[in-house]
Write a protein that binds this ligand. Structure first.
Ligand SMILES: *Cc1c(COP(=O)(O)O)cnc(C)c1O
Length: 226
């Protein structure tokens, strides 16, 4: 037993959410990132009033959606394989991680089948790490233009992940570059209102740089054991 891990106890999920929410400016939405966590933990967060949950695997999100109350907003934050879009198309509230035309096309197709408009964020590569997904800055404009021909897709903003580094200045610089891009885009594209940036380790910097949606997992639910 590891007593030092205070996050093991569900009461702390409630406390974590309450204190996090209290510290956030009112314009900042909190996505509780519940990937790998059991249903009970999500129920606890729900009890604390949390209604937005973020998952990075489609099957896991579908399974949790089936089991939990239907007023939850499910956000897909992980890399999406086109062949799985159909499983989440009936209910997903926001897809944070759109980074290709191929994926947009598939979302359009599945959204139409479900007679819905699916809200999407375009994920921009702001980190220099090769492993991170996302569109290069230069490709944003053409994808935004193309998206206008997809009636069942609403591009609602941008998402980015900063480098995994202890260098706070680098993280800040990356968030600043995304915020600058976002500000340009919002002027030109109506409905582009969400800037999703910031996780447990860097959300404070992200908010200082203009984020209005943060995706926080371990700071609410404790460390993940994969
Ligand atoms: C896992 C994940 C998060 C949350 O990470 P924490 O460090 O646990 O807060 C946020 N965004 C994305 C895209 C993730 O995959």
């Amino acid at each position: 037993m590891r007593f030092e891990n205070v996050y093991l106890y569900p009461m702390n999920i409630i406390k974590n959410i309450r204190s996090l929410k209290k510290s956030l400016p009112s314009k900042v939405e909190l996505v509780a990132v519940s990937k790998t966590k059991p249903i009970e933990d999500l129920e606890t967060a729900y009890t604390a009033g949390q209604r937005i949950f973020g998952e990075n695997k489609i099957q896991e999100m579908v399974s949790k959606w089936e089991q939990l109350p239907k007023d939850i907003h499910w956000h897909m934050i992980g890399h999406v394989q086109t062949n799985k879009v159909k499983y989440m198309a009936p209910f997903v509230h926001l897809i944070h991680s759109v980074d290709s035309l191929k994926l947009l096309k598939e979302i359009q197709k599945q959204a139409l089948k479900n007679n819905r408009i699916i809200r999407c964020l375009l994920q921009i590569r702001i980190s220099k790490e090769e492993t991170k997904f996302g569109l290069p800055f230069e490709e944003l404009n053409s994808l935004l233009e193309t998206s206008k021909s997809f009636p069942n897709i609403a591009i609602s903003g941008l998402m980015g992940m900063a480098s995994f580094t202890g260098d706070k200045q680098q993280i800040r610089t990356e968030f600043m570059s995304l915020a600058a891009l976002f500000n340009k885009v919002t002027d030109l594209h109506k409905g582009c209102e969400i800037l999703s940036m910031g996780m447990s380790g860097d959300y404070e910097i992200a908010i200082e740089e203009g984020s209005n949606m943060i995706r926080v997992g371990s700071k609410i639910f404790g460390e993940r054991t994969y």
